[in-house]
Ligand binder design. Structure first.
Ligand code: UD1
Length: 340
């Protein structure tokens, strides 16, 4: 299969490209480098031995995108490209709606022009908003999200559902990710956000390497195992595998399908810090702070549907993810020092 991957140089995108290549698929990458680096392309080659055709263009640029579809007879598209910072989206809502919605619409139009019918969309557990229950099921209501970023996911899901109703040839998997963490075991691919990380694992990683002093634990009075927030952390390589399985499913012409991709297990912030200490052998200092506005106590997936319909199961534990994430962070910090 020839698969076009938008945002293919980003965190989840790059791991998915590797999995696709390992699966024997041909990959074409489109990425505007907004939150990624061109050298990731070389790292993918180092891991797989394959150099993917890579186009540094914006998905919103219909003319440029059309050229890519002209040059490659694409069978399917996986759409990762998009803005994803929750806090930033509250400050720049117009930019978030403009970029995330328009890029998807342009992509769908070009796909329609070139009769490409298979589409995988990076959605998020954020579409469940404040969950009515945990674990969350795909059949749970999609509600108003707690941020403009989250709302773009809700809106794009809606657009895709409406489109699937009228285009009977259109196959689409909405993949609702829980909390992706970890890195490729080579230490070549991982998550290294610019500036101070917002998400827990990148933050812990920078405390582990001494770049930040201590972890701020946002609240210890939630109704959870130890009072700290509980999330479903999934190794990014497992998540990447979920995309290959979703593409297999689309080959059976299912129309629009929805899957949670998580582990089905919740881990608290303090449990996560402990796991990271165990995996890295480094002490992680932390302080308890006020709750972070907009946070929920607990979020974890029911993944039975992905297991039963896709054959999706996770190979890695939270401890594995901490080990791989730490390995990547150490290697990346070394690489940055050398480059200076
Ligand atoms: C966040 C987003 C979600 C997005 C996901 C991407 C919010 C409200 N939600 O999820 O939409 O899809 O990232 O992975 O931002 N924590 C700390 N200290 C920190 C950072 C986090 O204690 O420095 C805690 C949080 O309170 C939470 C847990 O760690 O309990 C996980 O937080 P985070 O990694 O930011 O992910 P989510 O908030 O679940």
């Amino acid at each position: 299969m020839k698969v076009l991957v938008t945002g293919g140089l980003g965190f989840i995108g790059s791991h998915t490209v590797v999995k696709l290549i390992e699966n024997g698929d041909e990959v074409v990458i489109v990425d505007n480098l907004y939150n990624s680096k061109l050298e990731v392309k070389d790292r993918i080659k180092e891991i797989t031995g394959v150099e993917c055709p890579t186009y540094v263009i914006d998905v919103q640029n219909k003319e440029e995108l059309t050229k890519v579809f002209k040059e490659h007879r694409v069978d399917a598209v996986i759409h990762f490209a998009g803005y994803k910072a929750v806090g930033e989206s509250c400050v720049k809502p117009l930019e978030y709606y403009d970029n995330n919605l328009n890029s998807t619409l342009v992509l769908l139009e070009v796909m329609r022009d070139y009769k490409v019918h298979n589409f995988v969309f990076s959605s998020s557990a954020t579409v469940y908003g404040e969950p009515q229950r945990v674990p969350m099921y795909e059949s749970d209501p999609v509600v108003e999200a707690t941020s403009p970023y989250g709302e773009t996911k809700v809106m794009i899901e809606r657009i895709l559902k409406d489109y699937a109703k009228v285009d009977k040839e259109f196959n689409c998997a909405l993949l609702r990710y829980f909390n992706p963490i970890g890195a490729h075991k080579s230490g070549l691919l991982g998550e290294d956000p610019n500036g101070i990380p917002n998400n827990l694992l990148p933050y812990i990683a920078k405390v582990a390497t001494g770049e930040l002093k201590e972890v701020n634990v946002f609240g210890n009075d939630y109704d959870t195992v130890d009072g700290t927030g509980v999330r479903d952390y999934i190794h990014v390589v497992d998540l990447a595998k979920g995309h290959v399985l979703a593409l297999n499913k689309l080959k059976t012409n299912p129309g629009l399908v929805i899957y949670n991709l998580g582990t089905g297990k919740g881990t608290s912030v303090l449990e996560m810090i402990k796991a990271y200490e165990e995996a890295s052998g480094v002490k992680i200092p932390y302080v308890i702070k006020e709750r972070r506005p907009g946070d929920i106590a607990s979020s974890f997936a029911n993944c039975d549907k992905a297991r039963d319909e896709l054959g999706f199961t996770c190979d890695f534990t939270v401890l594995d993810a901490c080990r791989d994430g730490y390995h990547f962070q150490v290697e990346e910090s070394e690489r940055k020092k050398k480059a200076k």
